[in-house]
Design a protein around this ligand. Structure first.
Ligand SMILES: *[C@@H]1O[C@H](CO)[C@@H](O)[C@H](O)[C@H]1NC(C)=O
Ligand SMILES: *[C@@H]1O[C@H](CO)[C@@H](O)[C@H](O)[C@H]1NC(C)=O
Ligand SMILES: *[C@@H]1O[C@H](CO)[C@@H](O)[C@H](O)[C@H]1NC(C)=O
Ligand SMILES: *[C@@H]1O[C@H](CO)[C@@H](O)[C@H](O)[C@H]1NC(C)=O
Ligand SMILES: *[C@@H]1O[C@H](CO)[C@@H](O)[C@H](O)[C@H]1NC(C)=O
Ligand SMILES: *[C@@H]1O[C@H](CO)[C@@H](O)[C@H](O)[C@H]1NC(C)=O
Ligand SMILES: *[C@@H]1O[C@H](CO)[C@@H](O)[C@H](O)[C@H]1NC(C)=O
Ligand SMILES: *[C@@H]1O[C@H](CO)[C@@H](O)[C@H](O)[C@H]1NC(C)=O
Ligand SMILES: *[C@@H]1O[C@H](CO)[C@@H](O)[C@H](O)[C@H]1NC(C)=O
Ligand SMILES: *[C@@H]1O[C@H](CO)[C@@H](O)[C@H](O)[C@H]1NC(C)=O
Length: 380
């Protein structure tokens, strides 16, 4: 009797008290919906809690307070849209503005909160626009940055300290560097060419203390580390590089995303298969504590450099975008990574176990609307 009471309490308390529910939003490439999803990190289940009517969006992000959502809306012409997050995790449209590329769509948006502005990546241009930090709405246009007419700028992000902005240009094989002046305008610095021709820089990530830049090379299937000069923003290639696929051969693949774990100890990179018959990968690499190098057991920069190499169950289609739980969200020290798939349409939750090095899918939510799933954001 006593032992069954003890067993009962032991089971009840962790389940009832420690059960933690998290929420994410998921966008879709071609259906006018943004989904509100609940993830329970104890029962390892995910459920759809709202199908919000919202323009199809290739990319979504939030402000750091996670009260407003900004989307690269795939409308015609393309727009940058702002939503407010309601208490029940639904979203409501606040405002929208036209992008800078009248013939295309914004591909990516990020916020530079130090300057109360939003940045878009739209192939040949970036829109720099003011946002009101208290009500989330757009204020006025600050700038349009024009790249080369043959540019394919797919990602743009400010350093965590807000001093510099880097835009990744797949077709120019380069990263455009900007400093942010006292008026909040982007001032072009250096254009840094990728280490190998046709690497195709797609997205960037930063070490949290703004000292290192990680460039995801879509067409080369690798991640390169650059140091950032903290006074000029100039980049120096560190010669640190890893392959995002086990074979280190990018034929048949295109890399998608690079992100850091909340504690900055793991760099995650994801890759898509170019054909539906080629499954993609999510690989993880150990970073040194300053973020400037990969901790590698050998000089062979391929499989042996990874903490894990997880083969995705599909090609990922246009997505296979990894999104680890950010440092501002407490997931109990666990390494959860959300993964969007647009081959069959689902959001998966992966978990990395540092103790034994395994990366496994712990939950999956089918969102098969014909266009899902593009991007995800963590809300809490
Ligand atoms: C969620 O909150 C919004 C805004 O308050 C409200 O309009 C909507 O009806 C709510 N939805 C549900 C399902 O409660
Ligand atoms: C948001 O705040 C701005 C002032 O920065 C104001 O002009 C605008 O009307 C507000 N918008 C909404 C929707 O409240
Ligand atoms: C645009 O890119 C092309 C091809 O790389 C190059 O030849 C040209 O000089 C660039 N133009 C400008 C204005 O940078
Ligand atoms: C603001 O912009 C003006 C006009 O371009 C420029 O002269 C001035 O130096 C800028 N101020 C700062 C603090 O960057
Ligand atoms: C800038 O970088 C230099 C050289 O790495 C370093 O000595 C200095 O402390 C850094 N300054 C700041 C403000 O981070
Ligand atoms: C990278 O390697 C090149 C060629 O070996 C060398 O010239 C350069 O100094 C190295 N860069 C760094 C930061 O070590
Ligand atoms: C890469 O893979 C492709 C397709 O499997 C193959 O044709 C090519 O020879 C490989 N390249 C190298 C350098 O191994
Ligand atoms: C940068 O941040 C990391 C933690 O994220 C820390 O360990 C490190 O000491 C910081 N500073 C430098 C100069 O690396
Ligand atoms: C790895 O560790 C986790 C957590 O302890 C466990 O659930 C999982 O079964 C382990 N996987 C393997 C392959 O040992
Ligand atoms: C969400 O609603 C839209 C519009 O009614 C619909 O097309 C879509 O299939 C729904 N999504 C899911 C996952 O049920």
């Amino acid at each position: 009797m006593l032992s069954s009471v003890a067993a009962f309490s032991f089971l009840m308390f962790p389940l009832v008290i420690l059960a933690e529910k998290h929420h994410l939003l998921v966008s879709t490439f071609s259906v006018d919906s943004i989904y509100s999803v609940e993830f329970d990190d104890e029962s390892l289940t995910m459920s759809l809690i709202a199908n919000n009517s919202a323009a199809a969006a290739g990319w979504i992000t939030t402000n750091s307070a996670r009260t407003f959502i900004y989307a690269a809306a795939w409308t015609s012409p393309g727009q940058v849209a702002a939503y407010t997050l309601n208490n029940n995790y639904t979203i409501s449209l606040l405002d929208s503005i036209e992008g800078c590329d009248a013939s295309g769509n914004p591909l990516y948006v990020s916020l530079l909160e130090e300057q109360n502005m939003i940045l878009s990546a739209e192939s040949t241009c970036s829109l720099v626009y003011g946002v009101d930090p208290t009500n989330g709405s757009f204020t006025s246009q600050i700038q349009v940055v024009d790249y080369n007419s043959s540019s394919f700028v797919h990602g743009i992000d400010p350093t965590p300290n807000g001093k510099f902005v880097f835009a990744a240009d797949i077709d120019q094989d380069a990263v455009w560097g900007f400093s942010v002046d006292g008026n909040g305008t982007l001032v072009l610095g250096e254009i840094t060419t990728a280490p190998s021709s046709s690497d195709g820089p797609r997205h960037v990530a930063f070490h949290p203390n703004s000292t290192y830049l990680y460039v995801l090379e879509q067409n080369g299937c690798n991640v390169d580390i650059y140091s950032i000069d903290n006074s000029t923003g100039a980049l120096t290639y560190t010669n640190q590089t890893v392959a995002t696929v086990p074979s280190a051969n990018c034929t048949g693949y295109w890399a998608d995303e690079v992100r850091l774990s909340a504690d900055a100890s793991i760099l995650y990179a994801s890759t898509r298969g170019r054909e539906s018959t080629t499954d993609g990968f999510v690989q993880g690499y150990a970073l040194s504590s300053d973020g400037g190098s990969f901790i590698i057991p050998s000089s062979d920069l391929t499989t042996s450099t990874t903490l894990f190499s997880y083969q995705t169950t599909t090609s990922g289609n246009s997505a296979n975008a990894v999104n680890p739980a950010p440092s501002t969200i407490d997931v109990g020290g666990k390494y959860f990574v959300a993964l969007t798939d647009s081959e069959i349409g689902f959001l998966a939750m992966l978990e990395y176990y540092p103790g034994n090095g395994s990366m496994v899918e712990v939950a999956r939510l089918s969102l098969d609307d014909g266009g899902c799933c593009a991007a995800s954001v963590w809300l809490d």
